[in-house]
Design a protein around this ligand. Structure first.
Ligand code: KDG
Length: 330
């Protein structure tokens, strides 16, 4: 036991170096990302056992992406080699004066045509505690949505905990479509990553006091725990980040608020999700305060790393916590 499986699309990110724009650049930094891939890489880097379920073309680009996952210790043995392309996205880094810009070029990626029909469930789920996916996967079309639901239902039927991050991307779909898809998956979800804005803006909950809002949501879908990360933004280069987790029996715990200098913020939410999953799977007996502090610290550190994926070890996270207040998790 102690293993997680993540399900979603791998994306290759192309970014001009520094603060150059797409039009200006003649050089590119290339990173392997995709929210669910990032969670698998982060979980593995922290010292856990992560497997990922996706599809990549059987060509050199697919091979490059596969190698990047393997390098970080992710189990790639269930990745299908099919279809003709890896999804791409382009990111222009923002400055204190102008926002970052994301442009997707991901239509018809190999993953959007993937179905779970050839999976051997017993093999896939051997030793697995948690299956993690996100709203991005549900946004990638009917085939991806149905595939995700089928995997989630099978995992849930086997007693595997389902972890879901809303990860709403307005460039991928409309709120009404997202609401319907979220309502379909939420009855199977045990661990949910999101914000009160997801609950009000997407699911249509009333704007009551935040604690009541989350409590009503958790009751309605029988969610075991709901984790949120709040960012108070000062600029595109600095913000303050605080995470909280509400457990249906244990109540709510908060991390300290961390001031963050943003080197590269993409993947911060995924590192934080992986950090909490790592704690829930490997340190279930720790206090919620320690667990959420570790998760938030992983999210903070991710902002200091180039690229989408978090590639630090749990010792780095612990050293960072101790450097902040001397009371870190050991
Ligand atoms: O959470 C980080 C992801 O947003 C990034 O890796 C790209 O998966 C991605 C997406 O769809 O935006």
């Amino acid at each position: 036991m102690g293993r997680i499986v993540t399900l979603g699309e791998l994306l290759i990110r192309l970014s001009p170096p520094g603060e150059r724009t797409l039009k200006q650049t003649d050089q590119w930094n290339v990173y392997v990302g995709g929210a669910e891939m990032n969670v698998a890489v982060a979980f593995s880097s922290l010292g856990g056992d992560a497997r990922t379920l996706t599809a990549l073309p059987d060509n050199a680009v697919g091979g490059m992406a596969l190698a990047a996952l393997r390098k970080e210790g992710v189990d790639t043995s269930f990745i299908a080699r099919q279809g003709s392309r890896v999804g791409l996205y382009f990111v222009e880094k923002g400055t204190s004066e102008r926002p970052s810009k994301v442009t997707y070029d991901r239509a018809f990626s190999s993953f959007t045509g993937w179905t779970p029909e050839n999976l051997v469930w017993d093999e896939l789920f051997k030793g697995v505690d948690v299956l993690h996916t996100t709203g991005i996967t549900l946004a990638l079309g009917t085939t991806a949505r149905q595939a995700a639901l089928a995997v989630v239902k099978e995992a849930s039927r086997r007693g595997i905990r389902i972890s879901f991050d809303f990860n709403y991307r307005s460039k991928l779909w409309e709120i009404n479509e997202a609401k319907q898809a979220f309502q379909e998956i939420l009855p199977y979800v045990d661990i949910c990553f999101g914000s009160s804005k997801d609950l009000t803006h997407i699911l249509g909950y009333g704007k009551e006091e935040q604690a009541d809002l989350v409590t009503s949501f958790m009751k309605e879908y029988d969610i075991e725990c709901f984790a949120s990360m709040t960012r108070t933004t000062y600029s595109n280069t600095k913000h303050t980040l605080q995470a909280s987790v509400m457990h249906k029996q244990k109540g709510t715990a908060y991390s300290p608020a961390f001031d963050v200098t943003i080197h590269d913020r993409i993947g911060g939410g995924d590192a934080y999700a992986a950090g909490l999953l790592y704690q829930l799977v490997h340190h279930a007996g720790r206090s919620q305060e320690d667990q959420i502090q570790f998760a938030a610290a992983a999210g903070v550190l991710a902002h200091s790393i180039d690229g989408d994926a978090f590639v630090l070890a749990k010792e780095d996270v612990e050293a960072f916590i101790q450097s902040q207040d001397g009371s870190g998790v050991v």
